[in-house]
Design a protein around this ligand. Structure first.
Ligand code: ADP
Ligand code: MG
Length: 742
C-alpha cells in the first residue's frame, strides 16, 4: 500500500541524506537518530537532546478520521472520510504565481468530489484514474462544487474491507508543535525515522510491579503512544507510561529522602532548664493538642543524628510560629543557630519583632535574634553577618538574602522556611549546603497541601499537620460582592468599611496593582504565580486610585488612611505597618505584601478588590489577616468577573468555605495543571508529562507504595539499573532546567 499524507511539501522531507542508518537507543544523541539538521530543529523547538527526549514528546491528543461518508451526502465544513475511486487527474501551472495545481476528481458511485493540491505536482503521479483509496479532510465549497484541499489519503493496493477499516480507525497523534515543527512532521519523524531503528529500550519499571498492574513494557508503550492502531492502543500505552512516570518520580524522591537520612546531622536534645523550658514556663497560653503533638515530633526529629526534613502545615493563625520558635530554642539549648526565612522583607522584620516579643527581654538578650535582609545598610549588614558567623546571634531572620554566597554561620543547626510556596526544591538544597553538616529543616506552610501534591512536590519531606485553631478565635464571614450582577453593591462595600472604623476597628483593602499606569503589570513583591494568566481587558484596581477614592469618600471622612506596597521604601513600609498595628491608622490600601503573616488583632475587615485576579491560596491567606484578635472578621471579595469564569469560580470557592484543606482540593481542580507545581516547585518542566497531580492521586499513591517497597528491598537499586539511570537522567534534567533559569 502506498503511504502518503497531507504534508504540504514533498514526501522526501525527512529523508535527508545525512540521517545515520545504525540502530539507536533512548540515550543516543538525537542527531544519531534523525540527523544533525532535524536534530537542530527539535533542539531549538523543544530542547530535545537525545532520542529518549524526542520519544518522550508525547502526543497531546489524538484526532480521528471521520466516519465513512457517502459522497452524495457530503456536509460542507465538516471532516469526512470517503472511500472512492480516482476518476480523473490533471496538473497545470498557476498563472499568477510560480507554482502548480493538481486537481483530481473522485467518485464512490453516489457523487463526485474534487481534490486540490497546490505545488505538489508529484501527486499526479499517484492519483491515477482507476485507483481506489480512502480520502479524508474538511469539505469546502468552491465555485459551486465540493472539494477537499490537501486531503489526507491512502491508496489501496488491496482495497479489501479490513484494510479500509484499519485505516479509518487509526488515531492521528496530535503533538505539541511549533511554527517550524508541525505536528504531522513530528509524527512522521517518530514513525518513520526513529521508531523503526530503535533497538534496546531499558525498562525502568521492575517487571513484578509492571506485571502486578498489568502494564505494557516500555518499548511497546512507546510504539503504542506514538503510532496507535486504535484508541485502545494509546490508552494502554498512556496508562503504562503514566504509571512509569509516577513510579520513577516517587523512587527518586524516596531515594533522596533516604539519602538525606544517611547523612549525619548534629543531634540537638532539649536541655532541661534551658531555653525551651524557660520559654514554656513563660508562655501566656496553653499549646493546642496539635501544637503539642507536632512539637513532640519535631523535638524527636531534632534529637536524631540525621537531618530533620519536615513540613508543618496549618491554617493561618494555627500557631505554627510558636512551634517553630520552640524548635529554634531546642537547637539553641545545644549552642546551635537557626535561620528563619520569610518570603518578604516586611514579613522578615515582622517575624523578628514577634520573635523578640515572644522571647521576652531576657531570652532576647541572650539569643540575640538578628535581622539579615538585602535592604540593610552596608554597615548594618556587616554587623548582622558578623553576628551570624561568630555564633552570637542564635536566631537569624531574613529573606532570600540569607541564601547569599557570603553569608555564613558559626553552627547552623536548623533552617525554618516560612510559607513554603516561594521556596522551591533548589532553594532548599542551597540552604542545606550552608552548613558543614546538613542542618535540620522545618518548612511551614499555611496553604494546606493536598496529599498527592505534598507527595509530588515535597516527597522528600515528612509532613505534620496542625488542624486545630487556638481556642477563642473569632468567626470570619466571607462574602462575594459580584459587580457583574450587582454593580451598585460596590457602594455598600465602603459603607461597611466606614461602619467598621466607626466601631473602632481597622480595615485592610487589597488591590492587584500599585498604580493605574502599572495596573496591567504584576505586582512583583508578594505577587504570586497562581492567578489566571488570561486577564480581563479592564485595568485592575490600583492602590493609588483606590486610596484617592477612599480619601474623597465623604462616608470615610476623618479615617486615617495609608498605602502599603512593594515599591515603597522599606522604612516607609515598616512605618505604615507599625502604625497600623499600633492602631494609629484606620484603613490601609495595600497590595499582597500583607498577604502572609501580618498580625493586627484589631483588624476586622478585609476588602479585596478585583478578587478574581488572585489565586485561591492568596485569597485564603488574605482572609486570614482578619479575625485574629477579639473582633469577628469580615471578608468582602469584590469582583466584576462573570459567573462561570475561572477567576470567579476561585472567588466563589474561597468564599464558600473556611476549610483550607477543602480549598486546596478545589484549587487543584481549578488551576491549570502547570500552575499546580509552579516552575520553581515542579523540579523543572521536564518532570511531569502525562502525570497530573489533580487527577492521578491514586496512581501517585500506588506508585509511591510500590517504589517504597522496592527501595526497602534494594535501597541502592543494584538489581534495577534501568531505574537507577532513569532517576539519574531525571535529576540531570532538573539541574539542566535549574541552570537554564539561573
Ligand atoms: P501561624 O504562623 O500559624 O499563622 P502564629 O504562630 O502566628 O500562627 O499564631 C497566631 C497568633 O496566635 C499569635 O499571636 C500567637 O501568639 C497566638 N497563638 C499561638 N498559639 C496559641 C495558643 N495555643 N493559644 C492561644 N494563642 C496562640
Ligand atoms: Mg505565621
Amino acid at each position: 500500500m502506498a503511504q502518503t499524507g497531507s504534508e504540504p511539501t514533498k514526501r522526501s522531507v525527512s529523508q535527508h541524506d545525512d540521517v545515520p542508518s545504525g540502530p539507536v537507543t533512548l540515550a543516543s544523541p538525537l542527531q544519531a537518530g534523525i540527523g544533525p539538521r532535524q536534530a537542530a530543529l527539535f533542539h531549538r523547538a523543544f530542547g530535545h537532546e537525545t532520542v529518549g527526549d524526542l520519544l518522550a514528546h508525547y502526543p497531546r491528543r489524538y484526532a480521528h478520521r471521520g466516519e465513512l461518508t457517502a459522497l452524495a451526502e457530503l456536509p460542507a465544513g465538516e471532516d469526512v472520510t470517503i472511500v472512492a475511486e480516482v476518476k480523473s487527474c490533471s496538473k497545470r501551472a498557476m498563472r499568477q504565481r510560480h507554482g502548480s495545481i493538481v486537481e483530481a476528481t473522485i467518485s464512490d458511485g453516489t457523487g463526485i468530489l474534487t481534490l486540490t493540491f497546490f505545488n505538489q505536482a508529484w501527486r499526479a503521479n499517484e492519483l491515477i484514474p482507476g485507483r481506489r483509496g480512502t480520502f479524508a479532510g474538511k469539505v469546502n465549497r468552491y465555485k459551486n462544487s465540493l472539494q477537499l484541499t490537501h486531503p489526507d489519503y491512502e491508496l489501496f493496493d488491496d482495497p479489501s474491507e479490513s484494510v479500509v477499516e484499519a485505516w479509518q480507525i487509526r488515531p492521528i497523534p496530535i503533538y505539541p508543535a511549533t511554527s517550524t515543527l508541525a505536528s504531522w512532521k513530528i509524527a512522521k519523524v517518530i514513525r518513520e525515522t526513529v521508531l523503526p531503528k530503535l533497538s534496546d529500550v531499558d525498562d525502568p519499571m521492575p517487571a513484578e510491579v509492571a506485571a502486578e498492574h498489568g502494564l505494557e513494557q516500555f518499548r511497546v508503550a512507546l510504539t503504542g503512544i506514538h503510532t496507535p492502531t486504535d484508541d485502545a492502543d494509546w490508552r494502554k500505552a498512556r496508562d503504562a507510561l503514566r504509571f512509569q512516570e509516577a513510579f520513577v518520580l516517587q523512587a527518586a524522591l524516596l531515594q533522596e529522602r533516604a539519602r538525606l537520612r544517611e547523612t549525619a546531622a548534629t543531634a540537638r536534645m532539649p536541655v532541661p532548664g534551658k531555653y525551651v523550658a524557660r520559654f514554656d514556663a513563660a508562655l501566656p497560653f496553653q499549646l493546642t493538642d496539635d501544637q503539642q503533638a507536632v512539637g513532640e515530633q519535631i523535638a524527636h526529629d531534632l534529637a536524631q543524628p540525621v537531618p530533620m526534613n519536615r513540613l508543618v502545615q496549618g491554617e493561618v493563625g494555627s500557631g505554627k510560629t510558636v512551634v517553630a520558635l520552640r524548635a529554634m530554642l531546642q537547637v539553641a539549648d545545644n549552642g546551635g543557630q537557626s535561620a528563619f526565612l520569610a518570603p518578604t522583607e516586611v514579613l522578615a522584620s515582622q517575624h523578628l519583632r514577634s520573635i523578640v516579643a515572644a522571647l521576652g527581654p531576657d531570652l532576647s538578650a541572650e539569643l540575640m535574634p538578628t535581622l539579615l535582609t538585602g535592604r540593610l545598610s552596608a554597615s548594618e549588614r556587616r554587623k548582622a553577618m558578623l553576628r551570624a558567623i561568630s555564633g552570637q546571634a542564635q536566631i537569624v531572620v531574613g529573606t532570600h538574602a540569607l541564601l547569599g554566597e557570603n553569608v555564613s554561620f558559626f553552627d547552623l543547626g536548623l533552617v525554618v522556611v516560612d510559607e513554603q510556596h516561594r521556596f522551591g526544591v533548589e532553594q532548599r538544597d542551597a540552604l542545606r549546603a550552608k552548613a558543614s553538616s546538613p542542618p535540620h529543616q522545618l518548612v511551614l506552610t499555611a496553604t494546606p497541601i493536598p496529599r498527592t501534591v505534598a507527595m509530588t512536590v515535597f516527597g522528600d519531606l515528612d509532613v505534620s499537620t496542625i488542624a486545630q485553631l487556638p481556642a477563642g478565635r473569632q468567626r470570619i464571614e466571607s462574602f462575594v460582592v459580584p459587580l457583574a450582577e450587582h454593580p451598585r453593591w460596590e457602594s455598600r462595600v465602603w459603607e461597611r468599611a466606614a461602619e467598621e472604623i466607626a466601631a473602632g476597628h481597622q480595615v485592610f483593602v487589597v488591590c492587584p496593582a500599585i498604580s493605574a499606569k502599572e495596573a496591567e503589570e504584576e505586582e512583583l513583591e508578594g505577587g504570586d504565580d497562581d492567578a489566571d494568566s488570561a486577564r480581563p481587558p479592564t485595568p485592575a484596581a490600583s492602590v493609588e486610585q483606590t486610596l484617592a477614592a477612599v480619601r474623597s469618600d465623604p462616608r470615610l471622612a476623618g479615617a486615617r488612611t495609608a498605602a502599603l506596597h512593594g515599591r515603597m521604601s522599606a522604612d516607609d513600609k515598616d512605618a505604615v505597618m507599625l502604625a497600623f498595628a499600633a492602631g494609629t491608622l484606620d484603613l490601609i490600601v495595600a497590595t499582597t505584601v500583607i498577604e502572609v503573616g501580618v498580625d493586627v488583632p484589631n483588624a476586622s475587615a478585609m476588602i479585596v478588590l478585583d478578587a478574581d485576579r488572585f489565586g485561591v491560596s492568596q485569597l485564603h491567606q488574605l482572609r486570614g489577616r482578619v479575625g485574629r484578635g477579639g473582633v469577628p472578621g469580615l471578608c468582602l471579595f469584590v469582583t466584576a468577573a462573570e459567573p462561570g469564569t475561572t477567576g470567579r469560580e476561585r472567588v466563589d470557592a474561597v468564599a464558600a468555605t473556611l476549610d483550607g484543606f477543602e480549598l486546596a482540593e478545589a484549587d487543584l481542580e481549578l488551576r491549570r495543571e502547570g500552575d499546580v507545581l509552579g516552575s520553581n516547585q515542579s523540579g523543572g518542566r521536564s518532570s511531569l508529562r502525562l502525570l497530573r497531580v489533580a487527577r492521578d492521586g491514586e496512581i501517585i499513591e500506588q506508585a509511591r507504595a510500590d517504589a517504597g517497597a522496592m527501595l526497602d528491598a534494594d535501597p541502592h537499586l543494584e538489581g534495577h539499573p534501568a531505574l537507577a539511570s532513569a532517576i539519574a537522567s531525571r535529576l540531570t534534567d532538573r539541574s539542566r532546567d535549574f541552570l537554564a533559569r539561573a
